[in-house]
Design a protein around this ligand. Sequence first.
Ligand SMILES: [Zn+2]
Length: 159
Amino acid sequence: MNRQKFVVDAMLGNIARKLRFFGYDAKYFPNIDDKEIILLAKQEGRVILTRDRALSSKATKEKIQSTVLESLIEVEQIIHIAKYYSIKKFSIDFDKIRCSLCNEKIASIKREDILKKIPIGVKSEEEFWICKKCDKIYWKGTHIEKLVQYTKMLNEKIH
Ligand SMILES: [Zn+2]
């Protein structure tokens, strides 16, 4: 089964970034109006994540599935999404991660090809990935370790 694709409402950028790390296709635009969100969901087979009840009912009228995230707490919002869309667990898998900036898939890249673009402190890393669209470079640093811990905590709460 294909993974659920999302379009995330303007107020929920942090949720879009987390979903991308978990390998979900989650489109997000800081400035997008209700009509555009609904159209995008319709054209690309996405479900809408929002905090806006009015948008959600407009979407329902257009037969588009949406989820209203009532909580203001990120962890609770993500758990809500997991339960609603029957996601049993989240994982951080570098073959699936999408760029946190632009939602594009990232691809493995040779260390020597990007050596000039990475900070001194991470030059000892062995594995790197690059976003095919915006060239953002990823590696398994402290940021990812924190995300792995966060993911474990989330998964414990989902069960
Ligand atoms: Zn990117």
